[in-house]
Design a protein around this ligand. Structure first.
Ligand SMILES: [Zn+2]
Ligand SMILES: [Zn+2]
Length: 282
């Protein structure tokens, strides 16, 4: 059975597999077309394209941009964009830099909470990867402060928790504009994360559509069947494209596999021609 997966992370952001490894896994899962959507970076795409040619898998250039609406993060996926576009990459770089400023601040807060941790220790754990909260979580585990990454996020690192430091992020409208200016399609990722009831969510998506949103991620690893049906009908009502992806991260989210999510995810390949049609029109 051939399938799509339009939401995958690699070592270029917070995934644990290289682009080549991700594409090898996609091949095993029967995925015929996929999008690499690393957080705020496009540097994994060239390797993915090379590996895609080897395996005969179509690679759609993508990105996942973090934006902020009130106190909650909204993720906007970009597809078929000019991933080498200078403006886009400059914008993404400043977004990544804001994360780098934030990590030392998180460590600072942990120190003030009486935890014996230094930023150098966290950086050593990250090795050649860019430092992220998962590395801080691992440092806390190594020190016996917590017993799992989940506990680290629940107690210290998660949104609003004891050592949380908010990021400086673009608004959803800006994230959409960045993608459109790089000639891409903008799609709301995992609508279930927005944590809004049906009616406010529909209103939000309507506003985002007015800002240029092209589609929504209807098929997703953690969407219940009922949610998938509701999002599908919402997308149809609003005239939005339907997309889907696993949000594979490798070891960072060990229960999610390429192409099949938690096992029951199936993203129909018939979505892709409609997405391409929209690209051709834009
Ligand atoms: Zn996301
Ligand atoms: Zn993601």
């Amino acid at each position: 059975m051939s399938r799509l997966d339009l939401h995958l992370h690699t070592t270029h952001s917070d995934g644990s597999c290289t682009p080549t490894e991700v594409i090898g896994l996609a091949h095993q899962a029967g995925v015929t077309a996929l999008a690499i959507t690393d957080h705020d970076i496009t540097s994994g795409i060239p390797e993915a394209i090379t590996a895609g040619e080897q395996y005969g898998i179509e690679i759609i250039p993508g990105v996942e941009i973090s934006s902020l609406m009130g106190s909650s993060e909204l993720h906007i996926l970009g597809y078929f964009l000019d991933w080498q576009d200078t403006d886009l990459n400059q914008r993404l770089k400043s977004l990544r830099d804001s994360r780098h400023h934030r990590n030392p601040q998180i460590v600072d807060r942990l120190q003030r909470l009486g935890i014996d941790i230094t930023y150098d220790e966290v950086r050593a754990l990250a090795g050649s990867d860019s430092v992220g909260r998962p590395h801080i979580a691992r440092a806390l585990m190594n020190k016996g402060v917590v017993t799992s990454a989940k506990e680290a996020f629940d107690r210290f690192l998660g949104d609003g928790k004891a050592a949380y430091v908010p990021r400086e992020l673009p608004s959803p409208a800006d994230a959409i504009r960045w993608i459109k200016e790089a000639h891409g399609l903008a799609v709301l990722a995992h609508p279930t994360w927005v944590k809004l009831a049906d009616q406010p969510l529909a209103e939000l998506i309507r506003r985002l559509k007015a800002d240029g949103l092209d589609g929504m991620e209807v098929y997703y690893s953690t969407h219940a069947a009922r949610q998938t049906r509701e999002y599908l009908s919402l997308a149809q009502q609003l005239g939005l494209l339907v997309t889907g992806g696993s949000d594979f991260h490798g070891l960072t989210k060990p229960d999610i596999e390429v192409g099949i999510g938690k096992g029951s995810l199936h993203i129909p390949t018939s979505l892709l021609p409609k997405i391409k049609e929209r690209v051709a029109q834009s």
